[in-house]
Design a protein around this ligand. Sequence first.
Ligand SMILES: Nc1ncnc2c1ncn2[C@@H]1O[C@H](COP(=O)(O)OP(=O)(O)OP(=O)(O)O)[C@@H](O)[C@H]1O
Length: 226
Amino acid sequence: MPVFAGSELTCLRGDRLVFTGLEFRIAPGGALVLLGPNGSGKSSLLRVMAGLLKPLRGTLGWDGVSIADDADGHRARVQYVGHLDAVKPVLTAAENLAFWAALAGAGDPAANARTALDRLGVPHIAAVPGRYLSAGQKRRLNLARLLAAPAALWLLDEPTVALDRAAIALFEGLIAEHRAQGGMVVLSTHTDIATPGGEALHLDDFTPYADEGEGDGYEEEEGAAA
Ligand SMILES: Nc1ncnc2c1ncn2[C@@H]1O[C@H](COP(=O)(O)OP(=O)(O)OP(=O)(O)O)[C@@H](O)[C@H]1O
């Protein structure tokens, strides 16, 4: 059974030490909920977990194999939904999803796209260009990626922002289904998202003391986007 784990993780953004000595472990069917105030490092940790940001120190492993030694394998098992929109404005909702499905190697990307939009309760937006979608519709479209391009590990940055109550309930059902099939979920949130049996990880438990950093701590990373 694969286990996704991080050990002694330290993260630097610009010249700011965001967290240090962070540990986590997640098994098939598991859920990890990242909690903490603004700026405590939830998005940074998700990006580290996705392999998009290199930790300053520490290791990440999947089934005992270092992610650093198997970047392609890790990319294939991860679906990362950040809070910046990944919706291409000139493509329709269905084309956006089919693009993601094709990238993940789906046999019939258009069919995956249709099914995913149905499951997210928005089949009617299939032919609507991304630029005309409402904030909540865009969010549903981003989450539909999880179904159109399936992956074992879902990494979700504030996934319920802009969602209405019905969509949140629907999304909680999708998480439960994914976990029941052995999938894993890590998500950050400032609200309650039902993840029965999930574990909470409080980022502020790993915040270094102020004098451990250097400078003003707000120097931007080279070529980085949060
Ligand atoms: N590209 C960047 N360059 C420099 N510093 C950054 C960059 N991105 C984030 N940071 C800093 O890293 C720290 C952690 O930010 P992060 O976005 O991970 O926090 P968060 O817990 O997700 O916050 P929120 O709850 O507001 O979304 C913050 O102090 C932020 O200013």
